[in-house]
Design a protein around this ligand. Sequence first.
Ligand SMILES: [Mn+2]
Length: 344
Amino acid sequence: MRLKEFQQYLKQEKIDLTVFIHPDINITYFTQLKPSFALLAITPTTASFYLSGLDDVPKLKGISVKVLKKGWEKKLANPKVKKVGINKDVVSVGFWEKLHKLFPKAKLVDVSGELKQLRAQKTEEEVKKVGYACKVTDDAFNELVNCWKKQKFKTEQDVAHFLEEYFRKHKCTTAFPTIAAMGKNAAIPHYHTSKGKLKRGFLLLDFGASYQNYNADCSRTLFLGTPSKAERELYELLLKAQQSAIAQINAGKTFWELQQSVKRGLGKYSSHFIHLLGHGVGIDVHETPSFSLEAKEKIKNGQVFTIEPGIYFPKKCGLRIEDTVWFDGKVKVLTKSPKELITL
Ligand SMILES: [Mn+2]
């Protein structure tokens, strides 16, 4: 991925090397692999990937691959090194102490902010992977709707399992535990799918496939039975807010502005929208950009993120509609599952 850009940054900041240690997901970012244990050392001109002898040893472009042997610390140690980059979001106190011993004269500096910004600007290859994950996610949803009658689902878990099994049959895994939340359970945005019985009402699904470590994130709200006029109107209001947010995506606008606009659009239900409008998606299901007020992040080319407004009524019901989108001058919605209210 953006190894050259990262090395350019190290050169600019006069950072002699940056050491990533398992389970830092940035190792997966730079190598596109997820070994059981690894260490990645990047200098302004080189990159060395140290693997456990138990893993497959791959060939990588621009990165030398070595097997991690006993005493690797000594090989890495260098009294001349003055500045070592670390990802403070991941490095443990134990590893931090080890780095101090290996590089006694070095100052340890945090590179997590730079990494987040680099990763937020997706390469073509990354967009392709997220795109495939989104396609499988959509296919799973369509298959679920088509097979609904035949399958005779009884519980939330039956529905979640169906989607996840579809992912596995199509070269994917599940990006996160699928949420299938019936009725009042859907009022909890991060609900844990249970054996709760399916019955009349809104059924919220939050699901996504993961392809070669890249994730999709999608939510759809179905209706089991026949919705009342008020229930239909509630759904339509949320759908309009979601579509209008997507239409407003533009370079230079902040994510917080989008968030505020959706709040206004929800009118009297705005206080029932209790979370952020979205988040970046990539190797991590939640990554940069951030939609929070504090982050003040602006929409930039190359970003992949979700748009997911929701309305929640504690102990009654919850609705959410979510798409994964890619902005590259123009917005492209990567999840294409139908959004008109599906009744089953
Ligand atoms: Mn999401």
